[in-house]
Design a protein around this ligand. Structure first.
Ligand code: ADP
Ligand code: ZN
Length: 783
């Protein structure tokens, strides 16, 4: 007999051990019993036999490992650092194709007499049906310990249990029609059936999608044809066409600049060993070309490379560039892939068929062999942070993984995070700079426009309107940026001043003009715009600051003949796809959007970028607000003048002297970093200190505040110069989705003090039922 530790995707970190008569490789999937349930788990390691009644592994699903030992080790690190279970970490790495839920189905086999009280609910439920899914009983009777009792009832011989495997990923199936090839006389078909048959005959391919003709014919006619044996209808798995990889236009031949060559030379000094490099290059300085050269070196040496990029920067343009260089060696992980496509890409990495992986955050778990290099592009992006358990940061995990595999790692950005910048100052990371754009393409000139002097604040000032007109006349393109979707941010009663807020979240709702609706951007709740103020019955409203829809409407009035496209998260992914093509073909004059359009876009004819209101991100109550504004403005401004034509950037703001806006307008990261670092040190924020946040949420405010008082009185660790505890206090978003929110913020001089403080609180304080807790280590946001 063998004994194994098996990790299950449960919140609790408890070791589960099982026996098995066969050997199981580490990292293979197994089905094991847990109470009356079967669960999918990952075999971690062999354990010495203990004095313990083992249950045995029900089934071994894999002969070879699905997760290599390197990833098993990483899961342990994640569990330790982010305080979650190893199982949760492992399942975050496993493609959903390989995951399943197992449901237990009970049947009554015992006698109808002398049934112990405890089993009566099972017995009652099985009176009306032969087979009972335990999960269904659990739904109806949440307070009854269904699985524990079912297990006992099974042992006592009252019920039998069978298990049903449900795959989490349901392949998309659609109906197809196939011609059966039967000999028959068409003229004998009734009219409707004959019409249907005519259409079917015309289809060039067989089988074909039923949906292609279903709007033209009746289903009963089709059914009749099936009955006569003329055609067959059958379901078949289909692939989403949501994702596309355009054939590259062929790699441009370019001559690297002296700066680029120097960066490559310096980085390759550490070839083949673990070392973190920060490539700090202004927007458009050619960082990607540097990556490509270094990737080539590693691929030629037979090693694998992981290239991480934020989801929104994973544009067709970016993929084109890599496709034309590395084509068949390239695997792509992308949220728009179907699960089948994702799994196919995953297998190509695992088998070694593809040794270069490009993907968002989770690609840090790519199962590649012989890892030599990891690149994290736009390393400052908050989208590297996962917002459910395990709450990891993909950039930080990339460093951990590189260290564990002795790989080299490059972080790149035009606006590095202060955390990474600090590491270059202390010598932990090596710094390389690209200060210029190649081919002497110059940085755009920047104009700041003070909205305080303006006639029509927050919309299009005269200066901006004149600049747009010039571009339209010269047949050049314009990008306008407004980091707020919808029509305007809020609706406020002019009589009593009441703001229309979301009843679930107590946050002002957004006005969407095209749908004539108010919508909460946190919980999604919406309703038609009120005709009258709910508190004073007044009927005139102020519409607050403008969203993209309102800007669009103003643009249409000012420039009636311009071709305008609005892009925000209200637009579909199809629009994104065609936007890229239409911008390239110059079928759009003005592209207007939210931060969706800040990244990766590279259009040579864009010569003007306008930022409608630079203050929106500055006013967010979060300690990273200045940093985010700096990044946003710098990145947006970087979209301009990426070719021979010089670009111009116009920034409209109420805070023209704010250091974020001043530094961003000069693309001067280093001065910004000095000032921002000052502020972070003064207030003990990262990177000067480390952070953790405990968030407690509950539906009953009274209960929640009572619990928070209890926490505050007894369970907070003593503070010191190196450990600061804030709260518990209401979070800036004090209520979301009907849940009230309180948080405790822990600031400590180093990670081990964070760990000690978290363990101190969690060891003592268990919130009562109805109050949930979330722990976030190194949070990106404290909202
Ligand atoms: P970054 O990633 O730093 O924003 P990119 O690598 O996207 O910059 O480069 C910006 C543009 O400059 C791209 O169109 C790229 O093809 C071009 N480019 C980069 N390096 C060179 C070079 N050495 N010579 C000519 N063009 C270059
Ligand atoms: Zn809401």
């Amino acid at each position: 007999m063998y004994y194994y530790k098996v990790c299950l995707p449960l919140g609790i970190d408890k070791d589960f051990s099982y026996s098995s008569s066969q050997r199981i490789v580490y990292g293979a999937r197994v089905l094991v019993p847990l109470r009356a349930k079967l669960m999918l788990g990952i075999c971690m390691e062999e354990m010495p036999q203990q004095n313990y009644r083992y249950k045995s592994v029900v089934e071994v699903l894999d002969e070879a490992e699905v997760l290599p030992s390197e990833l098993l080790e990483m899961a342990k690190w994640i569990a330790w650092y982010y305080h979650c279970s190893v199982g949760k970490a492992l399942f975050a790495m496993l493609p959903s194709r390989l995951q399943c839920d197992v449901d237990a189905v009970a049947s009554w086999i015992g006698s109808d007499k002398d049934i112990p009280q405890d089993y009566l609910p099972l017995y009652a439920a099985l009176q009306t049906q032969d087979k009972l899914k335990l999960s269904e009983l659990k739904k109806n009777r949440p307070d009854y310990p269904v699985y524990r009792m079912a297990e006992a009832a099974q042992d006592a011989g009252f019920i039998s249990l069978a298990h049903k495997v449900k795959h989490l990923d349901k392949p998309k199936k659609k109906n197809f029609i196939e011609v059966a090839g039967l000999e028959f006389d068409e003229n004998e078909l009734p009219l409707r059936q004959r019409e249907a048959w005519e259409l079917i005959k015309e289809q060039a391919e067989s089988p074909f999608l039923m949906a292609d003709i279903s709007s033209l014919i009746t289903y009963s006619a089709l059914k009749a044809l099936v009955k006569k044996g003329i055609i067959r209808i059958f379901p078949k798995e289909v692939q989403d066409s949501g994702f596309f990889r355009e054939k590259g236009s062929g790699a441009k031949t370019i001559t690297l600049t002296a700066e680029q060559k120097q960066a490559i030379r310096e980085i390759l000094e550490d070839y083949g060993k673990f070392q973190v490099h920060l490539l700090y290059g202004i927007t458009g300085s050619g960082k990607t070309e540097v990556y490509i050269e270094i990737i080539r070196k590693y691929l030629q040496a037979g090693q694998s490379v992981i290239f991480l990029i934020p989801e929104i920067a994973l544009t067709p343009q970016m993929l084109d560039r890599f496709d034309s260089h590395f084509g068949s060696n390239l695997a792509v992980m992308h949220s728009q892939l179907t699960q089948a496509q994702r799994f196919a890409e995953w297998q190509k990495m695992k088998s070694g068929e593809c040794r270069l992986v490009i993907g968002a955050r989770s690609a840090v778990f790519a199962p590649v062999q012989n890892l030599g290099l990891i690149i994290v592009d736009e390393e400052h992006e908050s989208s590297y942070k996962q917002d459910n358990v395990p709450r990891y940061n993909g950039r930080d995990l990339a460093i951990v993984r590189a260290q564990k595999s002795g790989a080299q790692i490059i972080l790149g950005s035009a606006t590095p995070s202060l955390e990474s910048w600090q590491n270059t100052q202390t010598g932990r990371f090596r710094l390389h700079r690209l200060k210029n754009r190649p081919l002497h393409y110059s940085l755009p000139t920047v104009r700041l426009i003070d909205l305080r002097d303006s006639q029509n604040p927050e919309l299009i000032t005269d200066e901006l309107a004149i600049a747009i007109t010039e571009r339209l006349n010269r047949k050049e393109q314009v990008i306008l940026f407004q980091n707020r979707r919808g029509y305007s941010s809020f609706l406020q009663c002019l009589k009593c001043g009441k703001l229309i807020t979301c009843e679930n979240c107590e946050i002002s709702m957004y006005y969407h003009r095209d749908r004539e609706e108010m919508q909460c951007h946190y919980c999604g709740h919406f309703y038609p715009i009120p005709r009258r103020c709910p508190s004073c019955n007044g009927f005139s409203f102020s519409y607050g600051s403008a969203g993209t829809q309102k800007v669009e409407q103003t643009l249409k009035m000012l420039f009636p003949s311009a071709r305008i496209l609005r892009m925000d998260s209200d637009s579909s992914s199809n629009t994104l796809k065609s936007m890229y093509q239409r911008m390239k073909r110059q079928e759009i004059d003005i592209l207007l959007g939210t931060q969706m359009i800040t990244k990766g876009l590279d259009f040579p004819s864009v010569t003007l970028v306008g930022i409608i209101n630079a203050d929106i991100s500055l006013n967010i109550p979060d300690f990273r607000a200045s940093e985010r504004s700096f990044q946003l403005i710098t990145q947006v401004a970087g979209r301009s003048g990426r070719a021979e034509k010089t670009g111009e950037v116009i920034i409209q703001t109420y805070n023209p002297e704010h250091y974020s806006i001043q530094c961003a307008s000069r693309q001067d990261f280093e001065s910004f970093a000095v000032q921002e670092m000052n502020y972070r040190s003064r207030l003990s924020y990262p990177p000067a200190f480390r952070l953790a946040r405990l968030l407690y949420q509950g539906i009953d405010l009274g209960e929640l505040t009572n619990e928070m008082d209890r926490l505050k009185r007894t369970f907070l660790p003593p503070q010191s110069e190196e450990l600061i505890i804030l709260g518990p206090s209401p979070a800036p978003f004090a209520k979301i989705n009907q849940l009230f929110r309180y948080h405790v913020i822990i600031k400590a001089a180093n990670p081990s003090q964070i760990r000690t403080a978290v363990e101190y609180i969690e060891g003592g304080f268990q919130p009562q039922k109805g109050i949930s807790k979330q722990l976030d280590i190194d949070p990106m946001m404290l909202m």
